[in-house]
Design a protein around this ligand. Structure first.
Ligand code: GZL
Length: 328
């Protein structure tokens, strides 16, 4: 692989080496041609967001002429770690990792560093202690997504004299989006001085099935009377909760207001149907941007430690107009 041939050579030679490699090469599919060989350890296929993210990255790699070795880890960290180790053995040019949780990566990231294979984080992040073991992260600012949700809730319930009662469906326990969407949300509620109570908060693991099951438990434990707001960290859990709310004889979007994060077609349809009140967008379609970042890293270019993807927010007045634009 061109990387091994140039190990320990200065950036200039690295650039020359890439050009040399790019000029010739065989069609063995090992990246010996113009393209890179990129190992991608994806979280899983737990949501429409994830499926769209995988499709975006796979399409972008093909369009850029790179070979993408794709592994769906089924939301299991052990499978992601094994995939990264396999990419190291295969001596890929770069590793892209969407870490399912923030902790437990130090050893395998160190192994990639020792093998002189750059690691780029796509989507989720890892704990700060491992910050020097990856080159850059491309993805969302999850805390900002939480702040956006909190700002709408603080405004919507500002005059709720007897206090706003909140249920929270958290994403995968230990994942960056779950941790940060939670912290950003309550940071704003506190900063705005909202009088609120967290009646209950559990993880629905970003899936519709688990989101519905947890909401059923919330209803059994607390009932829905007096509950003002459900904050669901992604669409799937919110949609599962809507089923549980309706089966309990209540009207989602009216008896209990609902915030979801992602912005899938199904989420916007629920908004058009009046069952969701606010949507914070989380953009999965960053495949082309990711390929640019990977190429820059392999070229030895300077890159920012974090590159946020662009994303917006939508309320009930915008759902119908935006629905046709949704890509996943
Ligand atoms: C966020 C991403 C989350 C989505 C969920 O960038 O990691 O994981 O919000 C997905 O839908 O499961």
């Amino acid at each position: 692989m061109f990387k091994k041939a140039l190990a320990g050579i200065g950036a200039g030679a690295l650039l020359f080496g890439l050009t040399a490699c790019g000029g010739g090469g065989d069609d063995s599919g090992d990246g010996g041609g113009d393209g890179l060989v990129i190992g991608f350890a994806q979280v899983g296929a737990e949501s429409a967001w994830r499926t769209a993210n995988s499709a975006s990255i796979q399409a972008a790699a093909e369009a850029a002429g790179h070979e993408l070795k794709f592994v769906d880890a089924q939301q299991e960290q052990e499978k992601q770690i094994a995939a990264v180790r396999d990419f190291i053995t295969q001596q890929v040019d770069a590793i892209v990792l969407a870490p399912v949780v923030e902790t437990g990566w130090t050893d395998v990231l160190q192994e990639a560093a020792d093998a002189e294979i750059p690691v780029i984080l796509a989507d989720r992040g890892v704990e700060a202690a491992d910050e020097d073991l990856y080159v850059t992260r491309l993805g969302s600012d999850f805390a900002e997504e939480g702040r956006k949700a909190g700002a709408w809730a603080a405004e919507t319930f500002a005059d709720d004299a007897d206090g706003t009662k909140i249920l929270e469906l958290q994403g995968t326990t230990g994942s960056a989006p779950a941790n940060d969407r939670k912290s950003g949300f309550f940071e704003v509620l506190d900063a705005e001085g909202l009088n609120y109570e967290i009646v209950d908060s559990q993880s629905g693991n970003f899936t519709a099935e688990e989101g519905k099951a947890v909401m059923e438990t919330f209803i059994t434990t607390h009932g829905l009377d007096g509950i003002d707001l459900l904050y669901a960290h992604n669409d799937e859990m919110g949609l599962g909760a809507i089923q549980a709310i309706e089966e309990a004889g209540k009207v989602p979007g009216q008896d209990i207001q609902i915030i979801i994060v992602d912005g899938s077609k199904a989420g916007f349809q629920a908004g058009v149907d009046g069952k969701v009140n606010y949507i914070v967008e989380c953009n999965p379609a960053f495949g082309d941007q990711l390929m640019d970042v990977v190429e820059s890293v392999v070229n030895g270019d300077e890159v920012e430690k974090f590159t946020p993807v662009e994303e917006g927010v939508f309320d009930a007045t915008q759902f119908e107009a935006e629905l046709p634009n949704r890509q996943f």
